[in-house]
Ligand binder design. Structure first.
Ligand SMILES: NC(=O)c1ccc[n+]([C@@H]2O[C@H](COP(=O)([O-])OP(=O)(O)OC[C@H]3O[C@@H](n4cnc5c(N)ncnc54)[C@H](O)[C@@H]3O)[C@@H](O)[C@H]2O)c1
Ligand SMILES: [Fe+2]
Length: 386
């Protein structure tokens, strides 16, 4: 009650089936006349990007498409992309795709109004100048970059991912159209959905959670736990797609303040070495991280178990907390996510991964509710491998 709390938010969110049509009003509202559409090669080659360019074709807005980057974009790829932006006279950016496309759009926007090198902006609030108008349109329900203040890039020099976190890189307009996610195949739906689930589970128990972030995360946990199986089993289930997009948006919306924790920190080592998909790496580690974190937070874990639909009425706090862990483990198994060992991790990776996590991911570890040492981090990796 006596603590001042804060909440960061994108200014304008358009949510619902058909919302992509509103890109015209969004451009007009922001005074955009010539825009760079940033979307990865698959989205362009598969024709998915037409969902937005067809709308732009019927407006007076000029556009070009930029797609010279890979999923989990690297520092050098965004450098190249920003040179393209600088060489042309665009007055705004549209990011269209999964988190990789949206984060590339954010990084281009940062470099449009801020000097090189981009690495100097890794961390919290290190971007000095505001960026150009930006519209973000997600086509996966996972990363939530459309409402987050983060941009995640792979640093080729360290082999590890890092985040630029700044209020300046929140979208001016986030257009969330669940119909755009219907084309996501089951494995992608499962992995990105678990990324969103990890955001709300880590955020709910984060040291920085507050009453506003918990409000959003409660609903995100409820929505994702009751819709992810349906979205994986039947991608055309538009109600499940709608609820998953809402859940992933709520999860990431609160992330700007609540941040994440040890699961994301530990998953980055896996992604760096084995190029594992972000969502799959998180999913494979999440139950073991939850088991470790539950110890000092039994009542919050009990609440999560209830939100996940578990019957905990007759259980004590410890038993109820462990139900949340079991519930996540079952979900991961049901939607076909591989174990951390099947994803490539070996016993020999445990020590170097634990060292790297403690050295390089302090930003995230500071938010984890239970402090980690190299030894306890290694024990979590070992638990996931067992
Ligand atoms: N900025 C943030 O707040 C934030 C949060 C979490 C994760 N991330 C980052 O986001 C990235 C992951 O994003 P992602 O999980 O959304 O996947 P992604 O953007 O990497 O896309 C994965 C693949 O799915 C394809 N795809 C996207 N939408 C599709 C659709 N509708 N139909 C068919 N295929 C489609 C893409 O073309 C790509 O090949 C990672 O780099 C991660 O670190 C960012
Ligand atoms: Fe994530």
């Amino acid at each position: 009650m006596n603590k001042v709390i804060n909440f960061l938010s994108a200014t304008d969110i358009r949510f619902g089936v058909g919302a992509v049509q509103q890109v015209e009003q969004a451009c007009a509202g922001l005074g955009i006349k010539k825009v760079l559409v940033v979307s990865d090669p698959f989205m362009v080659e598969s024709g998915n990007v037409k969902h937005v360019t067809d709308v732009l074709d019927n407006t007076g807005v000029e556009y070009s498409i930029y797609s010279e980057f890979e999923p989990s974009p690297s520092v050098s790829q965004v450098l190249q992309a920003s040179e393209f932006m600088q060489a042309n006279d665009y007055d705004g950016i549209i990011g269209f795709g999964g988190g990789s496309s949206l984060d590339t759009a954010k990084a281009i926007a940062v470099l449009h109004s801020n000097p090189l090198p981009v690495e100097q902006y890794f961390g919290i609030d290190k971007v000095p100048n505001p960026v150009c108008p930006m519209i973000l349109i997600p086509t996966t329900s996972g990363a939530g970059s459309e409402v987050s203040n983060a941009c995640i890039l792979r640093n080729e020099k360290t082999g590890v991912k890092g985040g630029i976190c700044s209020g300046f890189i929140m979208a001016n307009v986030a257009i969330c159209d669940p119909a755009l996610t219907v084309s996501c195949p089951p494995a992608l739906t499962a992995a990105v959905g678990m990324d969103a689930y990890t955001h709300c589970i880590e955020g709910y128990v984060s040291n920085n959670a507050n009453t506003i972030t918990r409000l959003l995360h409660r609903e995100a946990i409820r929505l994702i736990s009751s819709n992810l199986r349906k979205a994986v089993a039947n991608g055309k289930d538009i109600e499940a797609r709608y609820n998953m997009m809402l859940g992933s948006m709520y999860a990431a919306w609160a992330m700007a303040v609540a941040s994440l924790g040890a699961c994301h920190a530990m998953a980055y080592a896996m992604e760096g070495k084995y190029h594992t998909s972000h969502g799959a790496a998180n999913a494979a580690l999440l139950p073991s991280v939850m088991k470790f974190n539950a110890l000092g937070n039994l009542s919050l874990f009990r609440e999560m178990a209830e939100l996940m639909g578990e019957n905990v009425e007759s259980l004590n706090d410890r038993e109820a907390a462990l139900k949340a862990v079991a519930s996540v483990k079952q979900l991961v198994e049901d939607i076909g996510i591989k174990s951390i060992r099947e994803l490539g991790m070996t016993d020999e990776d445990v020590e170097p991964f634990a060292q790297s996590t403690l050295e390089r991911q302090t930003r995230l570890l500071n938010f984890n509710p239970r402090a980690l040492t190299v030894e306890t981090c290694a024990s979590i990796y070992r638990d996931a491998l067992s």
